[in-house]
Design a protein around this ligand. Structure first.
Ligand code: PLP
Length: 443
């Protein structure tokens, strides 16, 4: 028996209690977008048309114990050369094949990579997935696959800073022009589309400042452009477990699986998911550039994926709890978290996402640097460092004012980015309480 998921002969009739519970957390969706339908309804359709629901799927997607002597997890294949027993077999391996698990060479796939890519593609609702060595390489591989000299790229101003570095470095050198746009532009993006605009890149919520983009409005503008414009989104914040951009018409959804898929801060990896139209270009470019990922990191990612459902629930709950705590602190001017009802992006988030991750921001009232250092330097549980999505909590100052070009950041006080880990929230709050006491003493 093969333990891959199969299309169900009939959709399950019982409602999904977990999705119903999540839906019950929020008030009804605004009209507009997809006719006022819940993201969770779309998810439910997507998954009920298959056999299982999301929390079950992530446990089983891509696994085939029967192929590996019953082992629950796929083995880690360390390989470059694949040997062929006959000339016929060698020549057959050079011809196209419909078998997605065919092995020809280490860089072309192994059971370790097939497990991960099949699972992530199913989670994104995509036709396939290209694995890359990091989230940033997923951005770079995608843009290099879609753009050529003379093309124009529309890049959201709240993008992950190294994505901007790619535009200003490699892409500029290759003769590709980038225009940055306001993350809140929505349908207004139509006015920025030029005859040579070929890609619109989104990231929602945005890095550091957490603006939620009107993804369906931007997709509609791209489709109405009169010439092909490919839409791409960085889906790292919510992960494909809580947001499925392809169901909103986005062409390519990529992510730093480094964050919530890996989930343990011990591997870098990226994924690019697309449909039958876009994926071949991505695969060709990745192949031409020799983009590949070590098997140990792919293994860690597929292992992390199995627990993403329970981890994200906890990241979300603790993140919201910390956000509400920070809203009540006199040192905090405002909290940037789209799942908070008074956040400017809340209505769009509620319409399009099924959940929130544990990453959010807080703007403090201005304090001397020494007071900020007193707060940060002695936090016991919150680490200070880059990346996020692991089991541990983080708190790190950020500086959007240094990078934004069309949406200047003018807050005079420090911006802190929090990642809510899996610790007990009472301990985390006690840590922050002590930090604010040190800050007051140093002010
Ligand atoms: C939104 C976003 N995209 C992409 C990346 C890049 O991921 P990686 O560190 O795996 O290259 C990051 C990393 O922080 C990120 O936050």
């Amino acid at each position: 028996m093969r333990y891959q998921w199969q299309a169900a002969s009939a959709p399950a009739s019982s409602p999904n209690p977990l999705l119903a519970l999540r839906r019950g957390l929020f008030s009804p969706p605004p009209s507009g977008g997809r006719g006022g339908r819940w993201a969770s309804e779309i998810f439910e359709e997507l998954f009920l048309s298959r056999k299982h629901r999301p929390d079950t799927d992530v446990v089983h997607l891509g696994r085939r114990p029967a192929d590996f002597h019953g082992a629950v997890n796929p083995p880690v294949y360390h390989l470059s050369t694949v040997l062929f027993p006959t000339l016929d077999a060698l020549e057959a391996a050079q011809r196209p094949s419909p078998d997605p698990r065919r092995m020809t060479y280490g860089r072309r796939g192994s059971p370790t990579s097939f497990t991960l890519s099949e699972a992530v593609a199913a989670l994104e609702g995509a036709d396939g997935c290209q694995i890359t060595p990091s989230g940033l390489s997923a951005v770079a591989t995608t843009l290099l696959a879609l753009l050529k000299a003379g093309d124009h790229l529309l890049m959201v101003d709240s993008c992950y800073a190294p994505s901007r570095g790619l535009c200003e470095g490699v892409l500029k050198r290759l003769g590709i022009e980038t225009t940055y746009y306001d993350p809140l532009i929505g349908a207004g993006i139509a006015a920025l589309i030029r005859p040579n605009t070929t890609v619109i890149f989104m990231e929602s919520p945005g890095s550091l400042t957490f603006e939620v983009q009107d993804v369906p409005a931007i997709v509609a503008a791209a489709k109405a452009a009169g010439h092909p414009v490919t839409t791409v989104i960085d889906n790292t914040w919510a992960s494909p477990f809580y947001f499925k951009p392809l169901t909103l018409g986005v062409d390519i959804s990529l992510q730093a699986a480094t964050k919530y898929i890996v989930g343990h801060s011990d591997a870098l990896i990226g994924t690019i998911c697309g449909n039958a139209e876009t994926l071949p270009r991505i695969k060709q470019t990745a192949g031409d550039m020799g983009v590949w990922t070590g098997p140990d990191d792919m293994y860690l990612a597929q292992r992390g994926l199995r627990t993403i459902g329970v981890r994200l629930e906890r990241h979300q709950e603790t993140g919201l709890g910390l956000a509400r705590y920070l809203q009540g602190r006199p040192e905090v001017k405002r909290v940037l978290h789209p799942a908070l009802p008074d956040d400017p992006g809340h209505a769009l988030w509620k319409r399009d996402f099924i959940g929130a991750s544990g990453l959010f921001g807080a703007v403090l009232h201005p304090v001397p640097r020494a007071a900020l250092a007193a707060f940060l330097d002695h936090l016991e549980l919150f680490g200070m460092g880059w990346s996020w999505g692991g089991y541990e909590s983080l708190c790190v100052p950020q500086h959007p004012e240094k990078i934004r070009v069309v949406t200047p950041w003018t807050e005079p006080g420090p911006l802190l980015r929090f990642h809510a880990g899996l610790e007990d929230i009472d301990d985390l709050i006690a840590d922050l309480d002590a930090g604010f006491a040190r800050m007051a003493a140093a002010t």
